[in-house]
Design a protein around this ligand. Structure first.
Ligand SMILES: [Mg+2]
Length: 100
């Protein structure tokens, strides 16, 4: 079973709306962990990394849910945004040389 198969099974098992709400909840948990780190300098690194992993799993599910509705992929949009970031940082040529 691939990662994509597993994530699709989760969506099929619990439903699209449930997984969207789960994504919102996981993002909330990451926001809280980041806020605590920022406000109190309280770095629970394992918890922070765990929340990042939770959000990544949910982002992958959101991608599977919403991407079929569009004519462009998240990966394509990410490439565009990274190229723009490289432009802001003045390293677009280096980035393009690396990426392609
Ligand atoms: Mg979490």
């Amino acid at each position: 079973m691939t990662k994509k198969d597993l994530l699709k099974l989760a969506i099929d098992t619990w439903g699209v709306q449930s997984q969207i709400m789960m994504a919102v909840e996981e993002m909330g948990e990451l926001l809280q962990a980041l806020s605590k780190q920022s406000r109190y300098g309280d770095v629970n690194t394992l918890n922070l990394l765990s929340e990042i992993a939770d959000v990544k799993v949910m982002i992958d599910q959101l991608t599977l849910i919403f991407e079929p509705m569009a004519k462009i992929s998240v990966a394509d949009l990410e490439r565009e945004k990274l190229a723009r970031l490289a432009g802001f940082l003045g390293v677009q040529k280096e980035w393009m040389d690396y990426d392609f």
